[in-house]
Every structure is written in C-alpha cells, then in structure tokens.
Ligand binder design. Structure first.
Ligand SMILES: [Zn+2]
Length: 261
C-alpha cells in the first residue's frame, strides 16, 4: 500500500474484489451494488437499444450486430472500476457521473460530459469505419466498448444517488453532483442509500428519461456514422451533441454552492 494508509475506500475495494472473485470461483452470483441488478444498467440499456434499433430500414440491418450488445460493456463498467479502483479514485468519478471530494461541481460536470461526448464520438467513428471499409467481421466491442462507457455515465446521471436533477419545463436540469462517501452510500432517514437508488429505474420518471436519453445517444451515434461526407463528421457530431446535451445534460449548477451528501 503506497504511503502505508489503509483508508476506508481501500478496505471497501479489497472486500469487493474478494467478494467478486469468490463469487466467480464458486459460481455464485454476487449481489454487489447495481452490477447484477436486473432493473439497473442492464434494464436501461436493453430498453434503449431495443427502441433505437426498432425501425432500421433493411439496408441498415447490419448495424444491429454492432450495437445490440452495447448492454454488456455498459454493465461491465462498474466491475472494471472495482478492479482498477476507478469507483474511488479521482480519475474514475467521471465514468459514473460522480464528483471527487476536492473537485468543484462544475469541474465534475464538465469531466463527465466530456467523457460521454468523447466516447460517443469514438463509437460513431468506429461504426463509420465498419460501414466505409466493410469490416463486417469485426468484433462488435469495437463500437460497443466506447458506447457502453458513454451510456453507463449517462445512465448514472439519472440516479438520485449520483446527481441532483430538478425538472423544469420538461427538462431534468442537473443542479449538483454527489461524492461517493459514507453519507452517500448508507441509508439514513428518508435517504435509502446509494445502492437502493441505483435500482429504482424501472417504471420511474428518471428511469424512463434515462432510457430516452440513451436511445437518442444511440441514434446520434448511428446518424453521425452514416454521414455522406467525411469532412462534415466532427461538426455534425458537435451540433447533434449540443442539442442532445441541452435536452438530457442541461446544467443548472451554481458554482460555489455544493450539494454534497
Ligand atoms: Zn456507475
């Protein structure tokens, strides 16, 4: 242990790694956080993918193969960030639309949005590559890897354990980003705790909005990947992103007024 400090985060991480490894070895399914929760990330992704791919014309049916399992990498982000410590370290907070304790609300917001923007764009460029170079034999993870990372963070932004959103004129405006600390994790009073909130997506208003947001993200990825002229790709992605983020990642953060739990 660097520096000799056995912090609470470090202990938690060791316990989870052990639990996941033992579960894997013994064939048991672990019950950790939202990872294996059927109404968590898996549910949101499957609904969004189904809706986004529903009406593809016959000539574009090939896209299915490269997007229909975006669910797996979306779910896997939580596991990967247990192995590599991303659930707790500064670098990993953007992956889950959360804030490191020493970061400002606005920095956390910008880091998380940039993460979604970049990964969405990589997914679009990779799908475009497959289309233009006829790489039908490629492993779909080439597209679903970055898309899953973008979708995971986007979905987490619709969890009340990660982000404070307030509905104004049909838009769920982001007003604060929480820190993954003891108060955030544990239930107290009317607050059900982080884990419970990550399971409240099926049939809830925020859950439905998360599905719509992911569906639209998939659609702008497909749209960008199929543009006729290469030179227009970066600007088109930026333009579609601006509209997308105005609808689903609208920022109402007032700097200097943290909403830390
Ligand atoms: Zn997460």
């Amino acid at each position: 242990m660097v520096g000799g400090e056995y912090t609470a985060d470090w202990v938690e991480r060791q316990c989870l790694v052990l639990e996941l490894e033992c579960g894997k070895l013994s064939g048991r399914t672990s019950d950790w956080r939202c990872v294996f929760e059927p109404y968590g990330h898996e549910f949101l992704s499957q609904e969004a993918i189904r809706e986004a791919l529903k009406d593809l014309p016959p000539k574009l049916q090939w896209i299915r193969r490269f997007l229909e399992d975006a669910n797996t990498p979306t779910v896997y982000r939580d596991l990967e960030d247990v192995w590599n410590g991303g659930q707790w370290n500064k670098e990993g907070q953007k992956n889950h639309f959360m804030r490191y304790a020493t970061d400002s609300e606005l920095t956390a917001y910008e880091d998380a949005c940039t993460w979604i923007f970049k990964n969405g764009f990589i997914a679009a460029q990779h799908l475009r590559d497959i289309w233009q170079k006829k790489l039908g034999y490629y492993n779909p993870i080439y597209v679903t890897g970055p898309l899953g990372d973008a979708m995971h963070a986007l979905q987490d932004s619709f969890s009340a354990a990660h982000v404070k959103r307030v509905k104004r004129d049909d838009v769920w405006v982001i007003e604060g980003i929480y820190v993954y600390n003891d108060a955030n994790k544990k239930a107290s009073g009317t607050y059900p705790g982080h884990e419970a909130l990550d399971k409240q997506w099926k049939g809830t208003e925020l859950g439905n909005e998360a599905i719509t947001a992911c569906r639209e993200l998939i659609r702008i990825v497909i749209h960008t990947s199929l543009l006729a002229i290469d030179a227009t790709v970066p600007n088109k992605w930026q333009s579609l992103w601006d509209t997308f983020s105005g609808l689903f990642l609208s920022c109402g953060i007032k700097e200097g007024v943290p909403v830390g739990k």
